[in-house]
Design a protein around this ligand. Sequence first.
Ligand code: PEP
Length: 251
Amino acid sequence: MSVAKLIVGNWKMNGLLDDSRARARTLGSAVSALKDSGFDMVLCPPATMINAVADVLAGSPVRHGGQDCHTEASGAFTGNISAGMLKDLGCTHVIVGHSERRQHHAETSALVAAKAAAAHAAGLIAIVCIGETDAERSEGRADAVVSAQLAESLPPSATAENTAIAYEPVWAIGTGKTASADDIKHMHALIRTKASEKVKNGAWLKLLYGGSVKAGNAGEILHLPNVDGVLVGGASLAAEDFLSIAKASVG
Ligand code: PEP
């Protein structure tokens, strides 16, 4: 298993072909020029741009992934995309259970587990997102909520090789508020312990932090214990910022 930090960019529903290609080209060239960068970078564009981004990234060490997938391999599911379709476009990863999907599409942890299982069946690495809301934290329920989401969102097929877990406190996503170093250390240690009860070789499972990660705070976050990478939204839309975040993982 690689000890390189995993740096994932979630472009969400942003951009069009031209700017997406340009951003991917900048990142692909920059990471290629580093030779042995010491980090693993994955870009997750909107589905319509995956193919174009894949073309631009060909030959570079930067990989690409999807932002969601369906639980089924194929069928009458208008508007959905299967894990196999992502694999077909050269994706290596897929994000499942992002809080925006849990919130706006009423996704439950059981559904997230089924999506992660579909990703595994297709040969993709599932990035399973979990995290508490502001209200749940204020009520002192953050640990319980995250533990329950973790237990319910990991399918039996999860291994340290085919799964990464992203701890993303909902109140930190896109808000400019970042969890404190102590909170991240505490939650990642909890997740490591709980995940290791479900997943063999849990010590190797990649645990990512997400929530307003920026060039200015990435270095501190990425060097905390049990932080094996970051899932970045807003700051992944600017190539230079995202590259600075990735570079902060080394040295
Ligand atoms: C995300 O979308 O997963 C995320 C963490 O967003 P941001 O970095 O903008 O907070």
